[in-house]
Design a protein around this ligand. Structure first.
Ligand code: GLU
Length: 446
């Protein structure tokens, strides 16, 4: 069997980490199976869908390195959905219903007050053609419901194991609204059939759609694909992510300066039995992917984990890879500079702090109690500074002043960089250079 999966976002907003995780799992699964990944833009809701959001989806996927083999837009495929609609009508599986939202609400309340499940009572199925005509003469337009068979629908879910729903306990789903608009369900099934999708991989919020969708596949003469419904992400506090989507969009992560490999590694491993570590590449993450590793409990999305992975990506980044980006920032001070500072970066943009520390101007920090150590250090600074100078120099300062450990190194760091944290001083000192070092040790801004 050829594995074909689809990622089907609606272009009604920016992709957030939850959506893209679904896209990524689809992609990893397809790649791990030598299959194909279809990008399907679910834009049947023409009022809420925009080209800008569609472009945003492509930008986000491309940035993350998730390439699609084929792309379709549902808005270009309405004739197929209409054809399926006619087939379902002809088969007696799609029937017109005329209730207004208020009428349905009222009935639901009555059912609930009687302790009955709020399932649609199928009153519309009993309407005669004359009664339908009379309602239409009143100006009512029908919406269209799919008549469920009312049976136990079973499937083996790759993420959840054996699943079963009883469609007798469900309302017949509305597939077409009274203004003629297709809701998500029917176009999705029609496309899954037409595009020969072998696996539907999506969030478990769609489990409730699956029973009806399997019946629709069958009503259209097709066999349902396999399903995998993955658990949703929760925030570090265990709450659903949806409340804070604003700060979780992929666009925001990109603009905040996160590395795509960190985002991908995080999302590929959240909620799995693999440790949260940086993967070597998308291909390596795909090779390691199986549904068997996915936990049954929700994955915790903790921004602190992403920051940690981001730092790890930067710490391992070669100069060759960093160089064009350093050049873009006007911060390419050579390989020795990159190697000296990379382990201190949380975000790539942090480079500019170290450009300033190396190039000036820095206001030295010299506490009164450290003045003697700093003064001795200035006097003992070697005439030529290279990568080996630091240890001999600090040993000499130690001998002269008796300062040692933190009491020795911190005053020097603070005087030379104006900061009390940062990269190792050994490689940094020659980058700062003797002239600036002397002036900073003398308390001058340099
Ligand atoms: N457009 C739907 C969504 O974003 C797709 C659901 C599906 O994968 O079937 O929720």
């Amino acid at each position: 069997m050829t594995v074909r999966v689809r990622f089907a976002p609606s272009p009604t907003g920016r992709l957030h980490v939850g959506n893209i995780r679904t896209g990524l799992i689809n992609w990893l699964f397809a790649r791990s199976q030598g299959g194909q990944f279809v990008l399907r833009i679910d834009d049947t809701d023409v009022e809420r869908s925009t080209k800008e959001y569609e472009d945003g989806i492509e930008t986000d996927l491309t940035w993350l390195g998730i390439v699609w083999d084929e792309k379709y837009s549902q808005s270009a495929r309405f004739p197929l959905y209409r054809e399926a609609m006619e087939r379902l009508k002809a088969a007696g599986r799609l029937y017109p219903a005329y209730e207004t939202g208020e009428e349905l609400d009222r009935r639901r309340k009555v059912q609930l007050s009687r302790g009955q499940p709020p399932v649609y009572d199928r009153a519309a199925l009993k309407l005669t053609p004359d009664e339908c005509a009379a309602l239409e003469a009143e100006g009512r337009r029908p919406h269209w419901r799919f008549r469920l068979e009312g049976k136990r629908v079973k499937w083996r879910d790759l993420a959840r194991g054996d699943c079963e729903v009883d469609t007798a306990s469900m309302s017949d789903p509305v597939l077409i609204r009274e203004d003629g608009a297709f809701l998500y369900t029917l176009p999705s099934v029609v496309d899954d059939i037409d595009m020969a999708i072998s696996h539907i991989i999506r969030g478990e919020d769609h489990v409730t759609n699956t029973g009806a969708q399997i019946e629709i596949f069958e009503a259209l003469g097709a066999k349902a694909p396999q399903f995998a419904h993955t658990t949703l992400l929760v925030g570090a506090d265990g709450e659903g992510l949806s409340k804070r989507l604003g700060s979780m969009s992929i666009m925001d992560l990109r603009e905040s300066g996160y590395e795509p490999l960190a985002v991908i590694s995080h999302l590929a491993r959240i909620g799995t039995s693999d440790p949260l570590e940086v993967g070597e590449s998308l291909e390596a993450l795909a090779a390691a992917f199986t549904f068997g590793k996915m936990a049954r409990h929700p994955g915790r999305y903790d921004p602190a984990d992403l920051s940690r992975l981001n730092a790890a990506v930067l710490h391992a980044m070669s100069y060759a890879e960093a160089q064009p980006r350093l050049a873009d920032l006007g911060a390419d001070l050579g390989e020795a500079f990159w190697l000296a500072i990379r382990s201190n970066l949380g975000l790539f943009s942090g480079v500019s702090n170290w450009v300033r520390v190396v190039g000036g101007a820095v206001d030295p920090l010299i506490a009164p109690e450290d003045a003697a150590v700093v003064e001795a250090a200035r006097e003992l600074l070697p005439a030529m500074i290279d990568g080996d100078s630091w240890s001999a120099w600090t040993a000499a300062v130690k001998d002269r002043t008796g300062a040692k450990g933190r009491g020795l190194f911190m005053p020097l760091r603070r005087a030379l960089t104006g900061l009390d944290h940062g990269p190792e001083m050994g490689p940094l000192l020659p980058l700062i250079g003797r002239d600036k070092a002397v002036r900073r040790l003398a308390g001058e801004t340099a």
